[in-house]
Design a protein around this ligand. Structure first.
Ligand SMILES: Cc1ncc(COP(=O)(O)O)c(C=O)c1O
Length: 212
């Protein structure tokens, strides 16, 4: 196996994981509940639930959409994403309609969705906030009012992103996050947003930990 990179690990992580393993609750337990409570506080949103992965969260959202629109067959989605986004669509029994991507931000191209892809049997449009850059949700919501599809947001890259002064994840759509090992997680958004702002890819490389 070729090691592409090594994820930096907080030295306290080992003990914290060992505590959970020795607690007897390795599924749902008090640590999980504390985490969920903190997330609810941060988002000021009680309609929030933790599951075992971002993929499961996407599948859950898609199953809810399937239950709501059993007669609809298709999900419009973007090709530029992790395979998990689009496998989840197939796993839920939908078929995929591919949209183009926008050359400016690499997110789904909403003009293409509108002009070429929308039809009455589309159950949902899946968007991915690629690299944390928010999709233009207002534009999509205007289309939603006419075409009556659901919006599913794959927020795997967007923990800590904002759109229109609202935290990504709080739009009222189905939103799925991932806490997989290489996702960027912000502890204190206001402070971290300032301290992690980089001016160039060179600065990014120079600030990487030497063990990485
Ligand atoms: C855009 C995107 N969606 C979904 C996933 C899947 O998340 P998880 O690995 O937590 O299942 C990932 C990455 O892992 C991702 O990058």
């Amino acid at each position: 196996m070729i090691p592409l990179f090594k994820v930096a690990m907080n030295p306290e992580a080992e003990k914290a994981v060992a505590n959970v393993l020795n607690s007897g609750f390795i599924g749902q337990g008090s640590v999980n509940e504390a985490f969920e409570t903190k997330l609810k506080e941060r988002y000021k949103n009680n309609n929030l639930v933790t599951v075992n992965s971002g993929t499961s969260a996407l599948q859950l959202a898609l199953r809810l959409v399937k239950d709501k629109h059993p007669e609809k067959k298709y999900i419009i989605t973007t090709p530029l994403t992790c395979t998990a986004t689009n496998w989840a669509i197939l796993a839920a029994g939908f078929e995929i309609i591919w949209a183009d991507i926008d050359e400016n931000d690499l997110n789904i191209n909403i003009v293409d969705v509108y002009m070429n892809k929308l039809r009455t049997d589309v159950a949902a449009v899946m968007v991915v906030h690629w690299g944390g850059y928010p999709v233009d949700l207002n534009k999509l919501k205007r289309l939603q009012e006419h075409f009556k599809f659901e919006i599913i947001e794959d927020c795997a890259h967007a923990f800590g992103s904002f759109y229109d002064n609202t935290m990504i994840g709080n739009s009222g759509n189905y939103c799925a996050f991932s806490f997989q090992a290489i996702k960027l997680l912000y502890r204190d958004w206001e402070t971290d947003r300032k301290s992690t702002r980089l001016n160039s890819s060179h600065e990014f490389v120079s600030r990487m930990p030497s063990s990485a």
